[in-house]
Design a protein around this ligand. Structure first.
Ligand code: LLP
Length: 384
């Protein structure tokens, strides 16, 4: 990627840089590919990134949004998303969050348990409203991804197991202040193969037949997100293969007449447009190693420490200066934890104090997961 390094001079590091152009191209690709399937509706999973400019661009492109907290619902409404395009998932919705969403008249609650369904009914009744709900089903499909980001196996806390679905549907039909409009699924994140999604379709096809045999007609099927990004070659594959992703669903999922298929894409929308830009504080010579010590740490980008994720590391100052010689470094942050490490034995151009380094593919689950650990500030955004 060509970084507009001239615009970075004087900006306090570390900061998140977002490439508006790539975000727009990604959104255009999503819209073009989804439009080939008239029943498809794409929501953006807001949890991946809520930078106001990024959110504004996504809203302008016409995507809806998928929220998992009252805070996210508020953020989306403030960013201008119409309530009619907001869906709200999550295993632990607090009463105030449900009330907020009821007041806003959001499109749908994705319900994850019987007690939650009862509470939504009760709170909706108190307001004289009928809440639209979809039941989140745990389809027991192995997503073959990191254990912390797989969500559709029966031992996960998410959703309602298929064995219990009949009871939940019967309850939803009985309750007066909820209206069952659909089924919701999400099997995991950062999936690089389409096969688990095809398996999900098989499960949904069977469930649909079963649900129809109970006399229920569903308006929507929501298959969540999960499409992965190329963290290894972000420049070769800056935009995920949305065409194949959507086609796979069109091929395997038997939608009914008039039924909508909803997606909740997070990572694939924003991952590649963002980088964490950091300054080299020191180059430290160890006994057998050299360390590049950055001013960004795990408080700014926790994915390597939490999921053993690797974000490509580029010395963009050395690249701009045409430095040819390389050396091998462990690239670490300033936080008092050994897990505060972005890469070991990284081959980089010869690096010096003051160089700017980009941690690539950090647009999703980067800035939003930043914390104040060690009393550090949350990194700011630069959107160009
Ligand atoms: N829908 C639901 C119900 C979800 O739980 C998620 C993500 C998504 C949609 C969006 O999935 P995506 O398209 O982004 O894969 N912090 C982790 C990822 C956690 C994902 C949680 N759920 C990471 O940094 O890899």
């Amino acid at each position: 990627m060509n970084f507009p390094i001239e615009h970075f001079a004087g900006v306090k590091t570390p900061f998140y840089y977002y490439d508006k152009n790539l975000l727009q191209k990604t959104l255009d690709t999503i819209n073009t590919e989804a439009a080939k399937h008239p029943a498809f509706r794409v929501h953006y999973a807001v949890k991946a990134n809520v930078d106001p400019t990024v959110l504004g661009i996504i809203n302008q492109s016409g995507l809806g949004c998928d929220c998992v907290s009252g805070g996210e619902v508020e953020t989306c409404l403030k960013a201008g998303f119409p309530a009619s395009k907001v869906v709200f998932a999550g295993v632990g919705k607090a009463d105030w969050e449900i009330n907020l969403a009821l007041d806003a008249d959001i499109a749908c609650f994705n319900v994850e348990s019987i007690p939650e369904l009862e509470v939504i009914d009760e709170l909706a009744a108190a307001k004289g409203k009928v809440a639209r709900v979809a039941i989140r089903v745990n389809p027991n499909v192995d997503a073959h991804t990191h254990k912390y980001i797989t969500t559709g196996l029966s031992e996960n806390k998410f959703g309602i197991s298929m064995e219990m679905l009949d009871d939940v549907i019967a309850l939803a039909v009985k309750l007066k202040n909820v209206k069952l409009i659909g089924l919701h699924f999400h099997i995991g994140s950062q999936l690089l193969e389409l096969e688990p999604f095809a398996m999900l379709c098989d499960r949904i096809n069977k469930l649909q037949e079963h649900v129809e045999s109970m006399g229920i007609r569903l308006e929507t099927i929501n298959v969540g997100g999960g499409l992965g990004c190329d963290y290894v070659n972000p420049d070769e594959n800056p935009i995920p293969d949305f065409g194949s992703f959507f086609d796979n669903y069109a091929k395997h999922l038997q939608l009914r007449e008039g039924q909508e298929l909803h997606f909740e894409l997070g990572r694939s929308v924003v991952c590649q447009c963002g980088s964490l830009i950091s300054k080299v504080l020191y180059v430290k010579e160890g006994l057998n190693k050299k360390f590049v010590i950055l001013d960004a740490g795990m408080s700014d980008l926790i994915r390597p420490a939490l999921y053993q994720a690797h974000h490509n590391i580029e010395n963009i100052s050395a690249e701009a200066a045409g430095v040819q010689d390389t050396d091998k470094y462990d690239v670490v942050g300033p936080i008092c934890e050994s897990s505060d490490c972005f890469g070991t034995d990284e081959v980089l151009p010869v690096t010096k104090r003051g160089d700017l380094v980009a941690l690539r593919s950090a647009g999703a689950y980067g800035q939003i997961m930043a914390s104040h650990y060690n009393c550090r500030a949350i990194p700011a955004s630069v959107v160009l």
